[in-house]
Design a protein around this ligand. Sequence first.
Ligand code: COA
Length: 181
Amino acid sequence: MNRVECWRAVTPQARNWHFRIRHRVFVEEQRVIPITDLDDRDRDLSTIHVVAGRGSAAVGTVRLYRTDGAGRWKGDRLAVLAGHRAGMVGARLVRFAVATAAAAGGDVMDAIVQVQNVTFFERLGWDRAGPLIAYHGLPHQPMTFRLADARTLDESDIPDDACLRLPAARHAPSPLIEAVT
Ligand SMILES: CC(C)(COP(=O)(O)OP(=O)(O)OC[C@H]1O[C@@H](n2cnc3c(N)ncnc32)[C@H](O)[C@@H]1OP(=O)(O)O)[C@@H](O)C(=O)NCCC(=O)NCCS
């Protein structure tokens, strides 16, 4: 099986892959967020959008950003396309997110985690942080990660010859996605 690579989605094409993957997972598949999962964080130039690729396919996303000026970060929009799960893409994305925040001088990363994924995060070294809360009407577990425990960042730009493609979707992309890409 091809190695999983993670990159910051800095080009318009990579951002487009990022937004389309999120839309397929959170809006079309899980339906946890109606219509669009885009928000003001996506328009903030300091937000870091990440794409995971395996072989020639763009298959996963995560997003991260600072939440204060004192070392606190948040990670969200962790998504792996159905059909590409259970292949360590999600774990690689989480490790990339915490390594990126640690390299930027962060101390702690927070996440609001769907209850069925709490064990997945615990196995990656995350701790529960308080009681369940409602998020988009569903129970979620606040969790934290001490960024001192992050591995060193293994980061590179998407190479020009990467030839990534987005696997075929069942649905046409929402026009709302085009509005921010
Ligand atoms: C949750 C998600 C990101 C996991 O990604 P993935 O690529 O399938 O996970 P990985 O293959 O990296 O999993 C790493 C390990 O955790 C396990 N694992 C994966 N999902 C798990 C879960 N929900 N609960 C417990 N263990 C899990 C895997 O079996 C694997 O175990 P192994 O090391 O023994 O082989 C993916 O299932 C997904 O995108 N789900 C839909 C969107 C979603 O729920 N996003 C997160 C919102 S909080």
